[in-house]
Design a protein around this ligand. Structure first.
Ligand code: FPP
Length: 248
């Protein structure tokens, strides 16, 4: 059993931008813009709190189904975020990495991503991963395809063999998710880090993503610190009351 105060790897499904905007009579774009402000706050706070890895779900492979004007706005905001925040990330020692497919991204977005990744490559602090055109099923299927080659004549597969292959192909050194947060009131994983969340602690909040702030992240971390993570084992028995006496 493990109980640890600080999750090493936090992943967030940032949901609720559109509803936040609709409740204010604003266009969905205004919700995404406000969502970017939340991203900035939460990234800086996670870095200050000493979280090693933060993975944000910015654009799923299914999000291509949205109206093209909304898709364009999201990529425009992503580029604006990278343009304005890359130097700040580098100054605080953060490293930015984008996970997901790159072959379908708009050229300008891809080039902004590559610039930011290069500029922050030496960061040893927070590892910020932004999932874009990301589908966990797709990531697993691709890693399985490459694993078949890597296996060679060995015809055997196990989670211990396959896990590192998946991590290497996509998720670098972040490993399993400790705490998964989803804002916006829905309770599902939406094809996000399915393998890596096998033993994640799940936290669903009704707060819309633009409302999510530093205190919400602190509350999520505090909640995590009270969870007992057993990973399928049983809790260790409490030491017997008279054991201290017996040892003296
Ligand atoms: C979910 O809200 C939000 C998105 C699908 C897009 C979020 C992306 C950004 C804010 C831009 C890039 C992000 C980074 C990390 C720089 P929704 O539109 O699904 O909300 P709804 O469920 O209320 O409609």
């Amino acid at each position: 059993m493990q109980s640890s105060a600080l999750p090493k790897h936090v992943a967030i499904i940032m949901d609720g931008n559109g509803r936040w905007a609709a409740r204010r009579g604003l266009p969905r774009m205004a919700g995404h813009r406000a969502g970017i402000a939340s991203v900035r706050r939460v990234v800086e706070h996670a870095s200050d709190a000493g979280i090693r890895c933060l993975t944000l779900y910015a654009f799923s492979s299914d999000n291509w189904r949205r109206p093209s004007a909304e898709v364009q706005s999201i990529f425009w905001l992503l580029r604006a975020f990278l343009r304005l925040q890359t130097a700040r990330l580098r100054d605080r020692g953060a490293r930015l990495e984008v996970i997901g497919r790159r072959d379908r991204l708009p050229a300008a977005a891809l080039s902004a991503i590559e610039n930011s990744e290069r500029a922050t490559a030496d960061g040893t602090g927070l590892h910020l991963r932004v999932a874009i055109d990301y589908s966990s099923r797709d990531a697993i299927a691709r890693a399985a395809f490459h694993a078949a080659d890597a296996l060679g004549p060995r015809r055997f597969m196990s989670p211990d063999l396959f896990g590192p292959m998946l991590m290497r192909s996509l998720t670098a050194d972040c490993g399993d998710v400790d705490l998964l947060i989803r804002t916006g009131g829905e309770k599902r994983l939406s094809d996000f880090l399915l393998w890596e969340c096998a033993y994640a602690e799940l936290l669903f909040t009704d707060r819309m993503w633009p409302e999510f702030d530093e205190s919400d992240l602190d509350a999520a971390i505090a909640d995590f610190s009270h969870r007992q993570r057993r990973f399928g084992a049983v809790p260790e028995p409490a030491p017997a009351l008279n054991s201290a006496v017996a040892c003296t």
